[in-house]
Design a protein around this ligand. Structure first.
Ligand code: SIN
Ligand code: FE
Length: 289
């Protein structure tokens, strides 16, 4: 398998000299890895490096677009300090994307920013929710009609512990492998799901296929074991970026990570033919949205 990770030697959230080859690599589904770029904590934020700060009722701590912080145990001062820390990451993640990919600047839509203080290894989940299995991201309840899922991750681990991922084969290979076995799309069923409020809008054929790929990958233990993949330890105090709807990924271990999702219309990529929507449309031979 060709190299799926591209290392970029840049230590600043503002990338002074972005390279077109990095953009092409990202849009081809590779992970851009910044081993020298760190999200720095202030002295009094170090107390947040503990899973006890997370409300047990929440999966992650998250900062909404309107600045409301959720999932934090603690008093008003703790809540405000956490919102400031996660908000600072949001600003830096945005700065990174705007300087690296200037054409995305005006059109990306920010999702909530999340802080994940839990240890990955000890988390028990159903197979479908288990991100220790390789998958491409697809959301069951929120159809996105091909809109891209661009993610910026930062490992904040204070003890030098990497966040270990597995990164899989190119999206087109995944699609060619699993499309022949996926369930056909049913518009009637999509209508039922919407009427029952399982989905927030009508699930398109694109969204159906992406979910089928997600599930086919996760449920195939032989593929999980011996499908094309590389194990990649993202070092403590490093940052990485990928299109998680395109890059097959799994998280195996690690603790303390920041994550920012940015949504981007597929048509506004530098090369819209590289998107999962374009690839699946080509492979199926008909329009999917
Ligand atoms: C995922 O997006 O599947 C999880 C990534 C992580 O927690 O490192
Ligand atoms: Fe994922």
């Amino acid at each position: 398998m060709e190299q799926q990770i591209l290392e970029i030697d840049c230590a600043d959230w503002h990338v002074a000299t972005p390279d077109n080859a990095w953009i092409a690599a990202l849009e081809a589904g590779k992970v851009l890895y910044f081993p020298r770029l760190a999200f720095d904590l202030m002295q009094d934020e170090r107390r947040f490096l503990s899973p006890t700060i997370l409300d047990p009722k929440s999966r992650n701590i998250s900062l909404n677009a309107d600045g409301v912080i959720k999932g934090v145990l603690g008093d008003a001062a703790d809540q405000a300090a956490m919102a400031a820390m996660v908000g600072r990451f949001r600003v830096q993640a945005r700065q990174l994307i705007e300087s690296l990919l200037p054409a995305y600047s005006a059109i990306v839509r920010l999702a909530p920013t999340s802080y994940r203080p839990m240890q990955v290894e000890t988390r028990a989940q159903s197979w479908r929710a288990d991100d220790k299995r390789m998958h491409v991201d697809a959301f069951p309840s929120r159809p996105n009609y091909g809109e891209r899922i661009l993610r910026v991750f930062a490992n904040l681990n204070p003890d030098g512990v990497p966040r270990v991922w597995r990164v899989g084969e190119p999206f087109e290979d995944v699609a060619k492998r699993f499309l022949p076995q996926v369930k056909a799309y049913s518009r009637w069923q999509a209508r039922v799901l919407k009427a029952a409020h399982v989905t927030k809008s009508l699930r398109s054929e694109y969204d159906h296929l992406m979910l089928q790929l997600h599930d086919s990958m996760k449920s195939d233990m032989e593929y999980q074991r011996s499908g094309p993949q590389v194990t990649m330890p993202f070092a403590a105090s490093s940052v990485w970026v990928c299109f998680s709807d395109q890059t097959p990924h799994a998280v195996m271990s690690g603790q303390y990570m920041m994550e920012q999702t940015l949504h981007l219309p597929a048509a506004n990529q530098y090369d819209s033919n590289a998107s999962p929507l374009a690839i699946l449309t080509r492979l199926t031979g008909h329009s999917l949205i």
